[in-house]
Write a protein that binds this ligand. Structure first.
Ligand code: SF4
Ligand code: SF4
Length: 450
């Protein structure tokens, strides 16, 4: 039997295991969000969210306006795509993705004479039924902006009999370097609270809880000051620890409730949304603006002028780096996302996507790992795993390609790839890479069986 949610419960502020990597946020945490000047060419991949790719509704040569629909949802677990600029569709076809692979995308050339002002109108959210609200969120193309890019409307589509009591806003931003949510909480607290109220009231939740790590005292203060009298909102300061922003860790920290393996936050009556996602919802209902831009932290010792940039989706990564002063010679790796869960970028001309929270330029100091040696059975990876898995065993079994055993006996599919095990391993074993290989193999076998 699942534990009931303790609603006005005391914030516990932490969870077991996890790691404390240096947070490196001092480079950008005090820098206001700047708008990146519009470039000339934009690429919008059709599959930049989890689920079925979007389906194009435009073709080469079509004129498009900023915010215009360019691709509709390709199924229920899918969202719409909109043009980030006013201009002309160049082509619909394969384009390079940040990992170097080619994927279907819509390329658009911006009109150099257009002001790129967005023209839209507010949407009367109060009169919408829950079903109509969910449809609007899908139509707006809104996905989880913390990196996962999971379609937001799917989270709000609750099975019969499921009740949400708390809307939990994830303001932990526990990945080192990243400060996009931090700046949104400081600079746009009203939008965040307004978006949260829309979602809370539509889901029928009793309260809104915003979890923020204690290393963002200005964000905590700004939110507390912005809460109106009688608003059912609590701001909960959290221990600074990675991965505090993982949904299940956040719920454990705040409510002391475990979400069992294989279950979702809604099974304990909680809906979790990231700060950027909720601000995107506010922008859609207040201004009619679908998801066509986002804040990206550009940081790391490989750039001279780190920044928090508001950039149109589809902008080449190179444009953001150029704005931050370009790559220094000592840069060894450019990463999309944070250093713990992010992925190496293979092509700087690839576009930023809905889930791109950061572009990090790292030098040998950050990328250098100890040379791989045999496991000394120190148990540090086991101590670090917040999901109480056995990473050392995963690494051993993956080397022997015993992938089925990893799933059947040791629940490898419960691993969220947080990277705590790899970070803590003194033998330099790339444990999480082994786990990814195993999970990819197991998923491909499941697909073949279907
Ligand atoms: S990557 Fe997986 S196994 Fe490693 S610490 Fe995170 S959840 Fe545990
Ligand atoms: S941390 Fe590394 S060396 Fe220690 S038990 Fe885990 S895999 Fe082995």
């Amino acid at each position: 039997m699942m534990k009931a949610l303790r609603l006005p419960g005391r914030a516990l502020g932490g969870f077991d295991h996890g790691v404390h990597p240096p947070h490196h946020k001092e480079r950008t945490e005090d820098l206001p969000i700047q708008r990146l000047p519009f470039g000339s060419r934009f690429v919008m991949p059709l599959g930049q969210h989890i689920g079925a790719p979007s389906v194009p509704v435009v073709k080469a040569g079509d004129a498009v306006r900023r915010g215009q629909l360019i691709a509709g949802p390709g199924g229920f677990v899918s969202v719409a795509l909109h043009s980030p600029v006013t201009g002309k569709v160049l082509d619909v076809g394969p384009h390079r993705y940040s990992d170097g692979t080619f994927r279907e995308a819509i390329a658009i050339e911006a009109d150099p004479y257009d002001s790129q002002e967005f023209e839209g109108a507010p949407i009367d959210w109060e009169s919408l039924s829950l079903e109509a609200f969910i449809g609007e969120v899908q139509k707006a193309g809104i996905v989880g902006m913390g990196g996962a890019a999971f379609p937001c409307h799917v989270k709000y589509s609750l099975p019969e009999g499921t009740r949400i009591r708390c809307l939990l806003i994830n303001g932990a931003e526990c990945e080192p370097y990243l400060t996009t949510d931090h700046r949104l909480m400081v600079e746009r607290p009203e939008a965040l609270l307004h978006g949260a109220e829309i979602v809370r009231s539509k889901l029928g939740a009793e309260e809104i809880v915003i979890g923020v790590e204690k290393n963002k005292p200005d964000a905590i203060e700004m939110l507390q000051r912005s809460i109106g009298p009688g608003q059912p909102v609590r701001v909960v300061p959290l221990e600074v620890k990675y991965p505090q922003g993982a949904e299940k860790m956040l719920i454990k920290s705040i409510f002391g409730v475990e979400v069992p393996a294989g279950k979702l936050p809604r099974d304990v009556q909680i809906a979790v949304n990231n700060v950027g996602t909720i601000v995107a919802i506010a922008d859609y209902f207040q201004k009619g603006m679908p998801l066509i831009e986002r804040v990206v932290t550009v940081s790391g010792p490989g750039v001279a002028y780190p920044a928090n940039l508001l950039a149109p989706l589809g902008t080449p990564i190179r444009d953001l780096l150029r704005f931050a002063g370009g790559l220094k010679e000592e840069t060894r790796q450019v990463v999309m996302g944070g250093p713990m869960m992010g992925a190496s970028i293979a092509d700087l001309d690839a576009p930023i996507l809905k889930g791109s929270s950061g572009i990090l330029a790292l030098t040998a100091n950050e990328t250098g790992r100890p040379e791989e040696r045999p496991c000394i059975r120190c148990g540090r990876c086991v101590e670090a795993c917040p999901y109480f898995l056995n990473p050392a065993r995963f690494a051993r079994l993956a080397r022997a390609r015993l992938y089925e055993e990893m799933a059947e006996k040791y629940n490898v599919m419960d691993c969220v790839e947080c990277g705590c095990c790899t970070y803590s391993c003194p033998s330099g074993i790339p444990i999480v890479q082994h786990i990814r290989t195993a999970k990819d193999y197991l998923r491909s076998m499941t697909r073949k069986e279907k």
